[in-house]
Design a protein around this ligand. Structure first.
Ligand SMILES: Cc1cc2nc3c(=O)[nH]c(=O)nc-3n(C[C@H](O)[C@H](O)[C@H](O)COP(=O)(O)OP(=O)(O)OC[C@H]3O[C@@H](n4cnc5c(N)ncnc54)[C@H](O)[C@@H]3O)c2cc1C
Length: 287
């Protein structure tokens, strides 16, 4: 019997969503719960599952995403006028629930400078958005991949990566030594974190060390900590220069195998997400 090879389904699709409710999680973070019939097909392993969020421009009822371009949506979206095309930003799936189908995204409220932060601060039930997210649970946008032979975990996250760190912590094997640093703007941003791991969780807060640069704070804390385990897996995410400095410390000074360091700049001081995307594209073109 002849077999027909079917192309693998794309791990991602667009989901039409509306704001269901919001909840302030602390002075710096607002949780937005989205609902939508499409979300029945949303599937994810969780952890640091990232997604692309599309938001309407001021005055628009819904984000403008050229869905009719099919797989060519990216080129079609880029060809649209910047003032009308949807704002596209990266966020993390904080939670996926069923009955009813809902997803949570935790937005850092960093002021009116960024369109996503501005949108979140004013979000009310019924507002429309679009998510480009997973329909296959195990997909490349889950980047936390604990190697089987790792004997410990090291996590550094700032407030933008706290939703991912929170989800990762819940999935760690029971008793695994885990050293965790969470760097938030304010002491009141701290919240209880649940994990079955043998975790030492340290909160670093900007208002507790005014004037200290975030990267310096992170390096100092990680340098001062006693090591646990000989084959650590490190996951570093947050402000790009802090992440870079920490990775250098772990690989250069501590001799951690670079393949066991997952690092991601989630944002960069002074650069909006479009700038970061353009910088990455230019770098990729050079290599
Ligand atoms: C994989 C991934 C997952 C992410 N998950 C989350 C998440 O779950 N929650 C979340 O809040 N963010 C998350 N981020 C970060 C988020 O995409 C950026 O903070 C983004 O810049 C926000 O868009 P904006 O429109 O508000 O600001 P932009 O228009 O991109 O930036 C405007 C200005 O604000 C500054 N800025 C951006 N973010 C911050 C910040 N947090 N604090 C202070 N200044 C800032 C920029 O440097 C720039 O000067 C994630 C990023 C990535 C790559």
């Amino acid at each position: 019997m002849a077999t027909t090879l079917m192309p693998a389904p794309s791990p991602y699709r667009f989901f039409d969503v509306t704001v269901e409710r919001t909840c302030l999680m602390g002075p710096s973070t607002l949780r937005v719960t989205f609902a939508g019939a499409d979300l029945a097909r949303f599937a994810s392993l969780g952890c640091d599952q990232s997604l692309s969020l599309f938001l309407p421009r001021p005055g628009q009822a819904a984000p403008l995403v050229p869905l009719d371009a099919g797989d060519g949506w990216w080129a079609a979206w880029r060809a649209l006028d910047e003032d009308v095309r949807a704002v596209m930003r990266s966020y993390t799936l904080r939670a996926l629930r069923r009955d009813p189908d809902e997803i949570d995204i935790d937005f850092v409220l960093h002021g009116d400078l960024g369109p996503a932060s501005r949108w979140a601060a004013r979000a009310v039930p019924g507002q429309r958005a679009m998510v480009l997210g997973p329909q296959v649970a195990d997909n490349p946008s889950v980047r936390f991949r604990l190697p089987e032979d790792a004997d410990s975990v090291l996590i550094w996250a700032d407030e933008t990566a706290l939703p991912a760190a929170e989800a990762i912590l819940r999935t760690l094997p029971a008793g695994l030594p885990a050293d965790v640093w969470i760097d938030v703007p304010r002491t009141a941003d701290r919240r209880p974190l649940m994990t079955p791991a043998d975790a030492r969780i340290a909160w670093l807060a900007g208002d507790a060390a005014p004037g200290a640069a975030r990267g310096e704070r992170a390096l100092e804390a990680v340098r001062a900590a006693a090591r646990r385990g000989t084959r650590p897996y490190a996951w570093l995410a947050g402000e790009a220069s802090a992440v870079k400095a920490l990775r250098r410390l772990l690989v250069g000074e501590r001799g951690v195998d670079r393949r066991n360091v997952m690092f991601a700049g989630y944002w960069r001081t002074g650069a909006c997400e479009e700038d970061l995307r353009a910088q990455r594209a230019a770098k990729a073109a050079r290599t």
